[in-house]
Design a protein around this ligand. Structure first.
Ligand SMILES: Nc1nc2c(ncn2[C@@H]2O[C@H](COP(=O)(O)OP(=O)(O)OP(=O)(O)O)[C@@H](O)[C@H]2O)c(=O)[nH]1
Ligand SMILES: [Mg+2]
Length: 232
């Protein structure tokens, strides 16, 4: 079985399109787990309605509690299910194109983690202003240098894990800030010697819904990378 996890907060305008694109791929044994934090725009209810027609499980949480904890909660639930082989994580705002999923599943056959990468040949970003590009580029160069990692895109949220990798990452002590959560899972897996591959993706900035990007999160991320480096 292949599980896709997508955290949602106010994605009412995107969730149905996402679901249709994912299940339109016609991949066998695919299940979607939506982690919704009681979105005021009713994303959770829309997801429940879609769950009547598609293999979707909706995890409802009482309040907005961050990306990291949403992933952890879903990963835990999925690991309880013995038939999970691969777990894919992706954003719900259509920034991550479901059309890449078959390539990801192809790549995971010879790797332990596959990173959807904006910063290798064939990858990129669409509709980002120069400032957002600069921050993302710099953030990746910085995290790579501080942590001594060879991967080009450490902050992306479109990834595929072998079940065994998730089982062996200590899910209790991961950062809850989105960017750091992505960096940390890759860093830990790298330190454990897992094989990590990158495939190119084009990240398209959300067309609808409100951006949650802000400078505070960015600065917190920079400090947390340093803390991670000196943590063990
Ligand atoms: N469950 C849950 N989902 C969240 C939370 N914060 C963000 N998300 C979802 O996580 C995914 C990524 O968040 P985004 O807000 O798109 O973050 P981003 O891509 O860095 O920035 P923008 O697209 O510019 O807003 C989206 O599917 C969001 O709906 C949260 O606190 N809880
Ligand atoms: Mg987004």
């Amino acid at each position: 079985m292949i599980f896709i996890v997508t955290p949602t907060y106010n994605e009412a305008a995107n969730i149905e399109t996402l679901v249709k694109k994912i299940f339109g791929l016609n991949i066998n044994g695919l299940k979607l787990v939506v982690v919704d934090d009681n979105s005021p725009d009713q994303t959770g209810q829309i997801a429940e309605r879609l769950a009547k027609d598609y293999p979707i499980q909706v995890i409802h949480r009482a309040q907005k509690s961050g990306l990291g904890t949403a992933y952890i909660e879903a990963f835990r639930k999925i690991l309880e299910s013995e038939n999970a082989d691969y777990v894919i994580q992706m954003d719900a705002d259509l920034s991550h194109d479901p059309a890449v999923i078959p390539q990801m599943l192809n790549a995971i056959e010879s790797c332990d983690i596959v990173l959807g990468s904006r910063y290798i040949k064939g990858g990129g970003t669409q509709n980002w202003d120069w400032f957002r590009k600069l921050i993302s580029r710099f953030g990746n160069v910085y995290a790579r240098a501080v942590l001594g990692l060879p991967y080009r895109d450490l902050t992306g949220g479109f990834k595929c894990f072998r079940r065994e990798v998730l089982k062996n990452l200590d899910l209790t002590s991961l950062s809850s800030v989105g960017y750091n959560f992505q960096i940390e899972t890759t860093y830990r897996a790298h330190k454990k010697g897992y094989k990590i591959c990158e495939i190119p993706i084009i990240f398209t900035e959300r067309k609808t819904g409100k951006s949650k990007f802000n400078l505070g999160i960015m600065l917190e991320s920079f400090v947390k990378v340093l803390l991670l480096r000196f943590s063990r």
